[in-house]
Write a protein that binds this ligand. Sequence first.
Ligand SMILES: Cc1ncc(COP(=O)(O)O)c(C=O)c1O
Length: 398
Amino acid sequence: MHIADRISRLGTETAFAVAARAATHKAAGHEIFPFHLGDMNIPTPANVMDAACRAMHAGKTGYCPSPGIPELRDALALDVNAARGTSYTMENVAVQPGGKPVIGKFIMTCMNPGEEVLYPNPGYPIYESQIEYHGGIAVPYRYVRDESGFHIDLDYLESLITPRTRALIVNDLQNPLGAQCSADERERLAEIAMRHDLAVLLDEAYFDIRYGGKSVSLASIPGMAERTVILYTFSKKFAMTGWRLGAAIGPRAIIDVVAKLNVNDESCSNHFVQHAALEGLTGDQSGPRDILAALKERRDTAVELLNSMPGVDCPCPEATFYLFPEVTDLMARKGFDADYAAFAEDILVKTGVSLCTRLHFGRPLPDEKRRFVRLAYSGIDVAEIRTGLLALKSYASR
Ligand SMILES: Cc1ncc(COP(=O)(O)O)c(C=O)c1O
């Protein structure tokens, strides 16, 4: 049997392999502390669940329009406009079965085989996978770290642009770094995108997962909404990771194509889930507020403990539910140098803490000397955070 060549270019989310390793360790009778996956152990708000049940009983169980039910598309346009000052209408919205499908559909729409797309590294691994799967050239850009956290190396990014560069992927607020663009960075990114006529995929999966300050969108800058597709998801804000609902929001020229891809791929997103999501957007907002309060307590607990460990240095991001501490000294002291896999395995076996390393978020760049790991705190309670990180602290102190 013949398997198509392009399949060899398809990547994956290697964080799932970390989950499998943690599960084997647990099955062998060990306690584990799950800091590896960006899934959530917080329930979906009750009003959203009730709305799903009502919709099912009201017969919203058949197919519905491919770009989404009009009420939800309309509510999404209004919601996004309110937070971003944009002027989208429902015609700019194509509902999706999650935020993730927006990535592949954007690539298919905006990039021909052989063309180049810029993407963040460290970053969400599906960008590189989808670019290469569709025959493009994935060009990673990098971040630099200062006292205020991680920032895009904009000069480096611009130096990567060639006549074959078609698109730029920006993840603001960022997984795994917890980074957010400053106003200057956004202005410069917009200027680069416009000057080089790039289509922009703006992954705002974490736009509403913020504990202080206010999220500002690159799409708000004049001229950007015309060339930007926003990746929107219900997964994080409403703790709906398993419900699978999101949206692509952008210019008609792209969204009409995305809607046509919907017809070809999944016909439509789940009908009654769209009614539940509508309640999420327009109903009582105490659910998302409670989710944020729970996540903030976890963040504060984890950051304080991580920074109390010798050889560990962890910025405190205002947004997302990820921490990306530097562990260069600790790794060197434990004798692992650049061997991330052995380091993570040693931590798992000796402390039960299961985490991802920098390697799960793209190939390290050639001159990279500093070492990092990623901890997600969306799927682990405060008490477990404390016990797990105290075990890690005693490991780091030995
Ligand atoms: C940066 C980023 N984008 C997109 C997604 C996709 O999430 P979903 O498909 O659940 O909306 C994730 C999920 O972890 C993510 O971290």
